[in-house]
Design a protein around this ligand. Sequence first.
Ligand code: C2E
Ligand code: CA
Ligand code: CA
Length: 242
Amino acid sequence: NKEFEVYYQPQISTKTEKMEGAEALVRWNKAENRIFPNEFIPIFEKNYFIIKLDEYVFEKVCENIQEMKTQFKDIPKISVNISKESLVDRNFLEKYEKIMKKYDIMPEEIELEITEGSTVNNDIDIQKILNKIKQKRFSIAIDDFGTGYSSLNMLEMMPIDTLKIDKSFIDRIDINEEKAILIEVIMFISKKLNLKTVAEGVETIEQVNYLKRWNCDLIQGYVYQKPLRFEELKKYIKGDKI
Ligand code: C2E
Ligand code: CA
Ligand code: CA
């Protein structure tokens, strides 16, 4: 019924202050109500409807990238959330590649976000799946990093490009900088392993300054922008006030 809409939240570079990426986030507009993903994604993951929804969001993203390319010279790299259920689905890669072909999208234009929790699995070889994705030249981000129960050697074994530092770590910056020590540790590991870092849920300028000091690459959060409708995203790229 066209009730699902894809929003985009800008990711700002700490070096250039420009938008270099954006994360696609789905919204459910049901009649007068807007339902947020935290309410329905966990249910959709249980009944596997998430496989259809992730695919739908991915197709919308491809369609939107194609449109942006006709209008702008530089467009942000779009990251898309992929639930574990979608990732381990047998036809995952084939289906997504077919969609990309339809809109003439290259894997370099997209980053796939999987949560840290998705990397832990005893039954299915996630590493093998990620290697296959990597071979196709997609970039892979680990979402909610630091909240799951994966071991640190996951970082060496999996073909990862980006770490997204979970908001719970960012929140500690204001309380007491000493409490934010884990961010420094994560930044240190990322640099050593040559991973890009994105800080999520950044709300204050103090947090921005702290993250700049520790050379975090990208900042995503209300301090810069909330998630925007596609029409608003295009205005934002143009530099119009929104
Ligand atoms: P996430 O991937 O960790 O996305 C970040 C969430 O933090 C988003 O919530 C975003 O709106 C919110 N956020 C961003 N900046 C700030 C900030 O400064 N302060 C605060 N308080 N929040 C901020 P959202 O859009 O409600 O999405 C919630 C979760 O639902 C996402 O968490 C993601 O795990 C999931 N999700 C969203 N869209 C999709 C999708 O298309 N597929 C799948 N599988 N999951 C999705
Ligand atoms: Ca995400
Ligand atoms: Ca996250």
